[in-house]
Design a protein around this ligand. Structure first.
Ligand SMILES: [Zn+2]
Length: 437
């Protein structure tokens, strides 16, 4: 019985693996230069390693050279917050079976690494403890991985960036020079001497890189640092130090301070589901009911590569959740509808002014609004009821006519307008009550 149970459990957890593809960005500077490939999220329970490249994706502009970026390599494991739901992906670079669920991801990333354009590869991690050259304690010692620039060997023949040790020393020196939150966070250079001393590392991404003559480094922040923003800050500082070495020039839309990183990773922005619902993820309630979704194949668009929609099972029913990485922002109780794409624009009257909105567009109003959809469309404003009416198309709705408790946001200002045609869902518009102050 026990064995059977275990078998079922494994089977379930694999089924829950959403088979999410990783994202790939290519940021080209106006001025030509070298290409740095940054890979985050090979281990799903190391958030410093995927929130840092998330900010590279969303907040950095490259002005010279090229940044290639995989922010969420092992996305299935990231959303599950596990090292590897199909086993350790960083042990699959020497050999991988064709039927391994990680096969496609590993093969694609190997192609990126060996692309002739790539001059240097960074693989990001959060590791245990704090690396020290000599044994100090069970947390500070040579076997620890945290707060270290990792190299597999002293150098490789690459004429440009083959001096791995020298480069890693330069980076850790830079990090230690005035950028540490506290002294014991200082970085070191850990040489795993992979070829002679570390059979496990021979299966890793960086060893695959250097044996294909691509300079490669791992950046490890410490799992013992509890504040995510601090790990992300160190990761970005280290990545920027490698960018300087490669000659990449960049601009970012914020000053790199710990406080700003905290703000940045706490801001989720907007996400559009199936092209017909746009959620404001910073204000949305923890749970939304009767959300018009498809039974399967729901898609989500966001500038943030860590935000995704996933099926979520409870004992009672199947629902969906919107996550940033492993963190759930909101749970969606679905109401299943086929989509209808016939509505290209939505005519509205907002505070007495005629406007044309796109599907899934959100708007603010002070006093009233009116949807002016063509005949044949049914409009349902959640929280507004008028006796004997089941289509609110063409009806003037005043702010005070909508009950606050039906709002979809914590501030109770945003309300859902849903448009249907012949039982299919066209789009949701979100009306925000604004006081006009
Ligand atoms: Zn790792």
């Amino acid at each position: 019985m026990r064995k059977l149970f275990l078998g079922l459990f494994l089977c379930l957890s694999i089924l829950q693996g959403a088979k999410l593809d990783f994202d790939f960005y290519q940021k080209h500077g106006e001025k030509p230069g070298h290409t740095l490939l940054v890979i985050g999220g090979i281990h799903g329970n190391e958030p410093g390693s995927y929130f840092a490249p998330m900010l590279l994706a969303t907040s950095y502009t490259i002005t010279k050279g090229n940044l290639w970026l995989v922010p969420n390599l092992n996305f299935d494991s990231i959303v599950a917050y596990r090292r590897g739901i199909y086993g350790d992906m960083n042990r699959k670079f020497a050999h991988i079976d064709k039927d391994d669920p990680d096969y496609a991801s590993v093969m694609r990333v190997k192609e990126l690494i060996t692309d002739k354009a790539v001059d240097m590869v960074l693989n990001l991690h959060d590791g245990h403890g704090y690396y020290r050259e000599t044994w100090e304690s069970s947390i500070f010692n040579p076997a620890a991985w945290g707060q270290a620039c990792i190299i597999d060997q002293h150098k490789i023949p690459d004429p440009k960036f083959g001096e791995l040790d020298k480069i890693a020393q330069q980076v850790s020196k830079k990090l230690n020079n005035g950028h540490l939150d506290t002294d014991h966070h200082r970085f070191g250079v850990k040489n795993t001497n992979t070829k002679y001393k570390d059979e496990q590392q021979q299966l890793s991404l960086t060893y695959f890189s250097i044996t294909h003559n691509k300079p490669a480094f791992a950046i490890e922040t410490s799992k013992n640092i509890k504040e995510l923003h601090l790990k992300v800050f160190y990761q970005l500082k280290a990545i920027e130090a490698y960018m300087d070495i490669v000659g990449l020039e960049y601009e970012r839309d914020f000053e790199l301070t710990k406080e700003n990183v905290l703000n940045k990773i706490s801001y989720y922005g907007k996400a559009t589901i199936n092209g017909n619902i746009t959620l404001d993820l910073d204000s949305v309630k923890r749970v939304l009911h009767y959300v018009p979704l498809k039974k399967r194949g729901n898609t989500l668009q966001s500038d943030n590569p860590l935000i995704t929609i996933l099926p979520h099972k409870t004992l009672e029913r199947n629902l969906f959740k919107v996550n940033i990485g492993h963190k759930t922002i909101t749970y969606l109780y679905p109401d299943y509808f086929q989509p209808d794409r016939s509505l290209q624009t939505v005519a509205m009257e907002i505070d007495g002014v005629k406007r044309t909105l796109a599907p899934a567009e959100n708007f603010s109003f002070q006093k009233s609004f009116k949807v002016l959809a063509p005949e044949g469309y049914r409009v349902n404003i959640i929280g507004f009821t008028k006796k004997g009416m089941n289509n609110e198309n063409g009806v003037t709705v005043r702010a005070k006519d909508i009950a606050d408790r039906f709002a979809m946001d914590k501030q109770e200002q945003r309300f859902r307008i849903e448009i249907y045609k012949e039982g299919k869902f066209c789009t949701m518009l979100i009306a925000k009550k604004s006081s006009g102050k």
